[in-house]
Write a protein that binds this ligand. Structure first.
Ligand code: ZN
Length: 256
């Protein structure tokens, strides 16, 4: 099959929008809709017509473009079942264990509560792409607003089991500040040192630091590494549970 075409574009102050396009059906889906005009500009540039929107969670900077795009394209809007009461425009709701078809491609849905109660992530095993919303960031993770620290940790753990080569698209460009923080936890992690250097170069050239991969995050992201003995030791909690260590790292980042 012809490849799934993926285009990412910056919008608002630090969000990313993403379009995916299946040439065989001519379908195009937006991953979240942070900003109607930015999505329209990206569609225009690609010469694509919007057929679907896949929503990760209810926050305004992921949903505020939906109503306008739906009026214009009458597109089919898919989103988290557990947040159907918060996102008025959903045509279809999905949750953990569901599969969702986009032309020849299949997405598997994961519930990833923590940042919001009903947050979901979309994993396309072929070609190996994860749309993580605000759950997992490059060298970071989302703030835990609605769920518990335990829930957020299990969400990250779930995503950590995906194949290492999985490409990860996230909702925001926070990587430079995430790298600075991550180095306070694991200053001697050579993978992290390498990433921090790359991130600096890319941002200096105005380039995005995304997508990342599951493998790169497993090597350098202190949040998803909270179960590693070396990270537990680094925060002075060698005998604490994975979730407790994650919670400590998340609290430190909140006041960083
Ligand atoms: Zn959010």
């Amino acid at each position: 099959m012809a490849g799934l075409d993926i285009r990412m574009f910056p919008c608002l102050s630090d969000n990313y929008g993403v379009l995916i396009h299946d040439p065989s059906t001519n379908h195009t889906a937006a991953i979240d809709a942070p900003d109607e005009d930015a999505v329209l500009a990206a569609l225009d540039e690609a010469g694509w017509t919007l057929s679907h929107i896949l929503v990760t969670h209810h926050h305004a900077d992921h949903t505020q473009g939906i109503a306008g795009l739906k009026r214009r394209f009458n597109c089919h809007v898919v989103g988290p079942r557990a947040e159907a009461d918060k996102i008025a425009t959903l045509d279809e709701t999905v949750g953990e264990g569901d599969t969702w078809r986009f032309g020849p491609y299949e997405a598997r849905i994961y519930d990833t509560p923590g940042h919001t109660k009903g947050h979901i992530a979309y994993w396309f095993p072929n070609p190996g792409v994860l749309f993580a919303g605000d759950t997992l960031f490059a060298l970071g993770c989302g703030r835990v607003f609605e769920g518990t620290m335990e829930e957020m940790w299990s969400s990250l753990e779930k995503l950590s089991r995906l194949p290492r080569e999985t490409l990860v698209y996230c909702g925001h460009e926070y990587t430079a500040s995430n790298a600075k923080f991550a180095l306070t936890i694991e200053p001697d992690n050579t993978h992290l040192q390498g990433r921090a250097g790359e991130v600096k170069e890319k941002r200096a050239e105005g380039l995005p630091t995304l997508p990342t991969t599951i493998g790169a995050e497993l090597d350098a992201n202190p949040f998803i590494r909270a179960n590693r003995p070396e990270v537990k030791a680094a925060v002075g909690m060698p005998n604490s549970s994975d979730a407790e260590v994650f919670a400590e790292i998340r609290r430190r980042k909140d006041s960083f």
